[in-house]
Design a protein around this ligand. Structure first.
Ligand SMILES: [Cu+2]
Length: 382
């Protein structure tokens, strides 16, 4: 009997410790929790020409695209028959402080238009002959064929020996070829979101442990991988932003896996993807009678794209867009499950952008509470 009491006392104590721990965790988590999904600037065609100037820069130790005074890569929107005219200026420092597959990094750069059916010859999608050293400029003129399928594509740098580092740093952006509504009419009526999912190295980040906790990722891989987790995912450059969607609202999400080398196994808790296109190819292109396919999760390899209609979860549901664990085996890179974004009701329905900190506490009490039942913190966010 005494033993039982002691046990209960101990449990109570543990509970209090846990609560205090929760408070500390909450304080450290609050810093990124408030960001809503950033929307990159969009560049559209004028008279069938999409014209823009991009700079390669080093921004606080990370290589980045600079555009219009910011360091957010624009989403390029074009229609079949348009021409992309891009002036690409290499403003990277002559001496890199980063580490590359082939060291030292030369800070060469160029552009690749991933997935577009365009010419591989200069001044189009030529990643072998077109390269700019620091201080040099490249002039791209990429003709999108008139019969090009609509869908999501992406651009990223592709200099030999340096592209992994540059892409991991975030040198990528979305390309949308318009016209998906010809294959799936409903998407023309829906709010569209372009989600560029990038990897972010946490190898030398002093906040690595905190970031892993924030995205609810384990510090080791989910399978037989030997190494610690070295990367998390960002969505449009943000760590675990909020994506707003009203209950039962339908939206059209266009998601690119712009990580340098990580898999996504995408899932929206309790919801399905109504897939419209994969890797820039509308499903109806080959099967007009079956324009969509429903799936509750989808494996998206590096560079892969998913375009799907999604439906807002019921009121009060605590839902995340997450990637599930992908076991890459003993020689593979750790590719654990983690939260990419919180899927929330719009602030007009449920104030979330100015959500008071007490609400935040409640939200994360769930995260911590899950640890208590020892079924694993990481898979149980709600
Ligand atoms: Cu590529």
């Amino acid at each position: 009997m005494e033993l039982l009491v002691a046990k209960q006392e101990k449990r109570k104590c543990g509970h209090i410790t846990l609560l205090i721990g929760a408070q500390i965790l909450l304080t450290t988590l609050a810093w990124t929790q408030t960001s809503s999904l950033p929307e990159p600037p969009q560049v559209r065609a004028k008279n069938h020409v999409v014209s823009l100037t991009l700079h390669a820069v080093n921004d606080n130790g990370r290589d980045a695209f600079a555009f219009n005074g910011g360091t957010v890569a624009p989403a390029i929107r074009a229609s079949p028959g348009d021409v992309l005219k891009i002036t690409y200026i290499n403003d990277l420092p002559a001496k890199s402080t980063e580490s590359c597959a082939i060291n030292p990094c030369m800070d060469m750069t160029n552009l690749h238009f991933h997935g577009l059916t365009v010419s591989p010859n200069a001044p189009q999608d030529d990643v072998l002959g077109m390269r700019a050293k620091p201080g040099e400029v490249l002039h791209y003129s990429v003709a999108i064929p008139r019969d090009h399928p609509p869908g999501l594509f992406w651009y990223h740098t592709h200099p030999h020996g340096e592209s992994h580092r540059q892409v991991l740093d975030g040198m990528s952006g979305a390309i949308v070829i318009e016209g998906m509504e010809r294959y799936a009419p409903e998407v023309g009526q829906l709010r569209e979101r372009v989600l560029v999912v990038r990897g972010r190295s946490i190898e030398n980040d002093p906040k690595a442990a905190e970031l892993l906790r924030h995205v609810a990722a384990p510090s080791n891989g989910c399978g037989g991988e030997a190494e610690p987790v070295e990367e998390i995912f960002t969505v449009n450059g943000a760590v675990r932003p909020r994506i707003e969607i009203a209950p039962n609202e339908r939206q059209f999400w266009r998601i690119v896996n712009a990580s340098a080398d990580r898999y996504l196994d995408l899932q929206i808790d309790g919801q399905t993807f109504e897939i419209v296109a994969l890797d820039g190819m509308p499903l109806a292109y080959h099967e007009p009678k079956r324009p969509t396919r429903i799936s509750n999760h989808l494996l998206l390899a590096p560079a892969g794209r998913l375009e799907a209609m999604v439906t807002g979860p019921p009121p009060g549901a605590r839902v995340a867009l997450r990637t599930l664990c992908v076991d890459t085996g003993p020689d593979g890179d750790p590719n654990p499950g983690m939260v990419l974004a919180d899927v929330v009701q719009p602030s007009s329905v449920q104030p979330s952008s100015d959500r008071p900190s007490s609400d935040l506490s409640r939200e994360h009490a769930h995260v911590v509470g899950a640890e208590e039942d020892s079924t694993g913190l990481y898979g149980h966010l709600h």
